[in-house]
Design a protein around this ligand. Structure first.
Ligand SMILES: [Zn+2]
Length: 971
């Protein structure tokens, strides 16, 4: 037996023997690599999706509407180049399609490499190792160049067109090597069939008929036998033309405005004009700019950045082109007379048509990538499978270099060996790597299950998808139609998918969870903007139904901490301080650069938090308001034009508790309690005329500080007597030094200094925390909101202690005062920790600030006496959310104060108004958990209930109301 194999092996020619040995060495690697990529059968790819329909006798149809196709029903005829999906579909009738989708391309890999060998041998039959006597020639060079092209290796283990396409390409050129001088009718017909097949295998291959056509045209011009050459070419191109015309006629049956470009760019073909145009290629301003832009791509093509350049797919063979160019430059001779006839002489030689066609294909392939193929996001990617079409642009110079003795030949040998070595390494690497990849294979299980569940009720359902994941999901779910929504799709397209194309859901994909939007939900627009910014985030907003019972508890505790910034918090957590915030950060979902809104004024932002509305809509746009008989006070709840969450919750029969929220005085009637921002006498003291002109006695007389009113009396014992500042408690929580305490002690309340604010606002925050803890424990509500002044006032007057280097003049007592801002974070951390503990483990906790802090620009020069700390929109805040179902360590992106209200409403089971510009931050939750939350959307929360009683029984009431009416605040 062995002897027989040996005998058989001995009979085959030496050069083939070398190829066979090479292929036998590669075979196990290729087998392992393909086997390891079989997990991607869940991918399927667009082609497998079409192949499935072919297999099932449904023809070239698809359930996937790519980009802007705008299919209105599924399955729908597809315009994708048909050869590969047809072949795969037919094979799928014989063997399991999933398996065929991997193993057929792998077999075609070897077929194509053999084709490359046959072609290369004809092109360059001489040994490239002249002195060794080994029969290694152009065939081996071509086989190495194709067989070790990284893209080719990868895509011939997946259900894509490359295996079939490059096999056809090399066998066609191999046939051309035999028939280069033939002008028979038969060859014309055969050539026409080959060219048609190539174009149906991959529309990119339209470059091949162009190259062949160019060579034939030159040969015809060069003569002799012009008529015969013309006839041969004409036959071939008539056949190609008829094939393409038939295909075009087919496309016209289901495409709007089908034309020649519909063949070239199947990804831009449209069944309706409902969706906007989708440009894959970046538009340039004018021809010159376009050329400049494309020429600049040369830098990328040969850059060391192997994630973009030729280098990584071609090993080193791509360097053959510049090396050959340099060698050619040195060997250039002055052109003699009639030099322009050289191409005609060249094409007339033996194998001239083949060589010219190969040359034109090399130039055309390279140029088509350089000029036409630029990724839609504006990045160059030569290192992609589309770039494989440039293979002749590297193969031909390599062979040309091998023809020349001395250095060029040596260089070519070096490049080829490098390609061989890199390719082998890459193959081994892939075998190892794919096994790790396989671990992520089942990340689509949840969404596929969800879709299957829903499509079983109403089939097929239609889903709009972000690009990328669609194919995998399409393949696994079967009877579900998809619109492929690109990352660049405008919102109007999303709407059209729902309103006109019958999509039931919009689903955004990401690395961890899914965003699902239901048709008819009015809140997609705002979310869409944000989702577009962060394609890796996702949310389930509205499952079709909630088959599971809702969670037992939907309690929410919101803690607002004014001015808290990661700039202070981050380093402290890194040092092991702030245990509560560290826990929130590691165990919850967070955003350490929480956005601000158009205003960073406290009452404005915190009213946005409470209402979910923009300032212009909620009506609280300033710090102050004049209240008749009382004076100028921080803006009151009467200014608010829209319902706050406490109104919405009360109306929905949910209970609420509100402590110290901005603009919550006079306390409104709610289903629960309100401790308004005026309730604490320290607030009145703070309003003693220095900053606002309110009369504390008049304020107190109104008894509108709390709801229910009786609550005010029971809170009396909670407030801090200014003369009895709780020193021990303060020092234990803040960790301030003895020297710092000395300053605190001597500093009066309500002065414009960091120390005074430290003291003043501690007497505000600390009692509020105690009251809220007592309520959380003994009178828990569905929604509780506690506002803490937190670090903001101290940062305004002490930010130079945090960032001293940013200022022209460092703070006078830097050594003594350093750390007092951090002291506020410390005591706030203890407050937040105690509040969370009181709320219990089944409550969702949201802790966030409205902005951070930064140096005031006018405080930076040395002479300025302005306060040092400011907050513009650039000063980002922090956001933390922790509780049942929330993914630990999840980092949110793009969230803003506008999102707090809808998120709280969703958690608490309140309706969500379409007027809210923000979104539910449901991407923070486990899909299974979030799926149990229903969601009710309403057009509007309505107008705010009319304020029944005037704020105070003052003779000036009528006048005040008239003023408010005049301002348009009330009706
Ligand atoms: Zn603020």
């Amino acid at each position: 037996m062995i002897a027989r194999v040996k005998g058989w092996f001995a009979r085959i020619p030496g050069d083939v023997r070398i190829l066979v040995v090479g292929l036998l060495l590669i075979a196990p690697l290729k087998w392992l690599q393909t086997d390891n990529l079989r997990w991607m059968s869940v991918d399927g790819g667009y082609y497998t999706e079409v192949a499935r329909h072919v297999r099932d006798g449904l023809g070239l149809t698809t359930n996937v509407s790519l980009d802007n196709f705008g299919y209105e029903s599924f399955p729908h005829p597809t315009s994708v180049y048909p050869l590969w999906p047809m072949l795969l579909g037919l094979i799928g009738k014989l063997v399991e399609l999933n398996e065929a989708a991997h193993w057929v391309p792998a077999i075609l890999y070897f077929v194509a490499v053999i084709g490359a060998f046959l072609f290369g041998r004809r092109l360059h039959p001489e040994s490239i190792l002249r002195d060794s006597g080994l029969p290694v020639h152009g065939g081996h060079v071509a086989a190495v160049l194709l067989g070790f092209n990284r893209q080719f290796v990868v895509y011939t283990s997946l259900p894509y067109t490359e295996g079939l396409s490059w096999a056809l390409l090399f066998f066609f050129f191999w046939r051309l090597t035999k028939k280069s001088a033939v002008t028979s009718v038969g060859w014309g017909v055969e050539m026409g069939v080959w060219l048609s097949l190539l174009c149906f295998a991959r529309s990119q291959f339209v470059v091949i008929p162009m190259a062949v056509g160019g060579a034939l045209a030159l040969r015809t011009v060069a003569g002799p036998d012009r008529a015969r050459w013309l006839r041969t070419g004409a036959i071939a191109f008539v056949i190609l033309g008829v094939s393409l015309a038939l295909w075009l006629a087919h496309l016209r049956t289901f495409l709007v405005d089908a034309g020649p470009l519909s063949y070239l760019r199947f990804d831009q073909n449209r069944a309706s004009t409902l969706l906007s145009d989708f440009d894959v290629i970046v538009e340039d301003q004018g021809v010159l700019d376009a050329l400049t832009d494309r020429l600049s791509g040369f830098g990328t093509a040969y850059s060391v950045d192997s994630s973009r350049s030729w280098h990584a797919s071609f090993g080193a063979a791509n360097w053959a082109l510049p090396v050959a160019a340099v060698v050619a430059l040195f060997s250039i001779r002055r052109p003699g007379a009639g030099w322009w006839r050289q191409p005609l002489v060249f094409v007339r030689a033996e194998n001239g048509v083949l060589r010219m066609a190969a040359l034109l294909f090399a130039i055309g392939g390279m140029a088509s990538i350089q000029l036409a193929h630029k990724h839609f996001n504006g990045e160059w990617y030569f290192y992609r499978r589309q770039g494989m079409i440039a293979i002749f642009a590297f193969l031909l110079p390599l062979l040309w270099l091998f023809r020349r003795r001395g250095l060029p030949s040596l260089l070519a040998g070096g490049l080829l060996s490098t390609t061989l070595a890199m390719g082998t390494y890459e193959m081994i690497h892939q075998v190892v790597h794919a096994q790790n990849e396989a671990k992520g294979a089942d990340k689509y299980a949840s969404i596929v299950g969800w879709l299957k569940h829903n499509s079983s009720k109403k089939a097929p359902i239609t889903v709009a998808f972000e690009e990328g994941t669609l194919q995998r999901i399409a393949w696994r779910t079967g009877n579900v139609g998809y619109h492929w929504l690109a990352a660049t799709s405008p919102y109007s397209d999303v709407r059209a998918m729902f309103d006109k194309l019958g999509a039931d859901y919009l689903i955004f994909s990401g690395s961890r969870r899914w965003a699902i939007y239901k048709a008819g939900g009015g809140r997609i627009e705002a979310d869409f903007e944000r989702l577009a910014e962060r394609p890796s985030g996702f949310t389930i907003l509205k499952p079709r139904s909630s088959p599971l019972p809702p969670p037992v508890s939907r309690k929410v505790l919101l803690i607002g901490v004014d001015g808290a910034s990661w700039k202070v918090m981050g380093p402290m957590i890194a040092r092991g301080e702030l245990p509560t915030f560290r826990k929130l950060w590691t165990e919850g979902a967070s955003q350490t650069e929480f956005n601000t809104i158009e205003s960073t004024s406290s009452p404005v932002v915190w009213t946005t938090v409470a209402t979910g509305r923009r300032p212009k809509d909620h009506g609280v746009t300033e710090y102050t308001e004049e209240v008749a008989g009382v004076g100028k006070v921080p803006v009151t709840s009467n200014s608010r034009k829209v319902p706050a969450i406490w109104n919405v919750a009360s109306a929905a029969g949910k209970s609420v508790g509100v402590v110290n929220w901005w603009a919550s005085w006079p306390a409104e009637t709610v289903n629960g309690y309100v401790v308004s921002d005026h309730a604490n006498p320290a607030a009145a003291g703070w309003m003693d005329g220095k900053y606002w002109s309110a009369d504390p006695a008049a304020l107190a007389a109104m008894q509108e500080d709390t709801w229910p009113k009786a609550l005010a009396e029971s809170l009396r014992s909670q407030w801090i007597d200014p003369k009895l500042f709780p020193k021990d408690d303060f020092l234990a929580r803040s960790g301030l030094s003895a020297a710092q305490w000395g300053v605190v002690e001597q500093t009066p309340y309500n002065e414009r200094t960091a120390y005074s604010w430290l003291k003043t606002f501690y007497t505000l925050d600390e009692p509020h925390v105690r009251i809220a803890i007592d309520k959380l424990k003994n009178d828990p509500k569905d929604v509780t909101m506690v506002y803490l002044r937190g670090p903001d006032p101290i940062q305004h007057y002490g930010w130079d202690l945090v960032e001293p280097s940013a200022y022209g003049t460092p703070p006078a007592e830097l050594e003594r005062d350093r750390g007092i801002v951090e002291g506020v974070y410390r005591f706030t951390d203890t407050f937040v920790g105690e509040l969370i503990a009181a709320a219990g483990p089944d409550t969702t906790i949201i802790v966030h600030s409205d902005h951070g802090a930064e140096p005031c620009l006018d405080a930076i020069p040395a002479k300025s006496t302005a306060r040092p700390g400011c907050h513009t929109r650039a000063a980002k805040g922090v956001f933390f959310m922790v509780g049942p179902g929330i993914s630990p360590g999840m980092h949110l992106r793009g969230a803003s104060p506008m999102d707090v209200m809808p998120t709280m409403a969703w958690l608490a089971g309140l309706p969500i108004s379409n007027e809210l510009p923000g979104r539910v931050l449901s991407e923070a939750f486990d899909w299974d958990y979030a799926g149990r939350f229903g969601r009710t959307d309403v057009e509007s929360y309505g107008e705010r209930e009319k304020v029944e009683a005037p704020t105070t029984a003052s003779p000036a009431d009528a006048q005040m109301l008239e003023q408010l009416r005049g301002l348009g605040y009330i009706q």
